[in-house]
Design a binder for this molecule. Sequence first.
Ligand code: HEM
Length: 167
Amino acid sequence: MRHAVSVFCAWLELTPLSHQLQTIEWIVPAVQTLHLLAIAALMGATLVLNLRLLGVAGVDVPVERVSRRFTPVLKGALCVLLVTGLVMIAAEPARSLLNFAFQLKMALLATALLLTAVTTRTLRQRPDDWNASPRRRRLAGLSAVVSSGLWVAILCAGRWIAYVRVH
Ligand code: HEM
């Protein structure tokens, strides 16, 4: 598997697209800045929803309305993160695809997306379920803590990419 990824990285690095991204100096820093701005939007949107689920903030607003208001921000930020992430991969394929920190980040991201999808879907289809009993409220609180923990872990793994040596 690692050999196949290495061959793919070597091919991608020689494409005209990757060459452009490597030689036009302002593109990667501009894309990294967009990546960071999208991270801020995503972290803000997930924090607002999770603090509401924990009953810590915004308790005067129904949970499903908070979810409906911030899900588009989350989706928009994820689209920007995906596009900017793919551009950074195209610029330096091996630096990410063969990097343990990047692979860990993608695994954590898949888990966080699954949890977020289940939470927002439940809130949309059965808005009162999360509040139906003390056990349900504890479960909602637990999913909020796990969700925030996952997004912070993804952020740390993203930053760690630059410090992991790829052999
Ligand atoms: C949606 C898919 C995503 C892809 C494909 C992606 C890809 C990447 C890549 C290739 C880098 C550059 C690493 C480097 O060369 O140093 C990066 C950096 C980073 N990513 Fe992502 N990323 C994604 C989503 C996210 C998310 C959801 C977060 C946080 C919640 C995140 C946080 C970071 C951070 C903190 C950095 C370091 C930025 C810097 O120091 O300039 N990324 N990402």
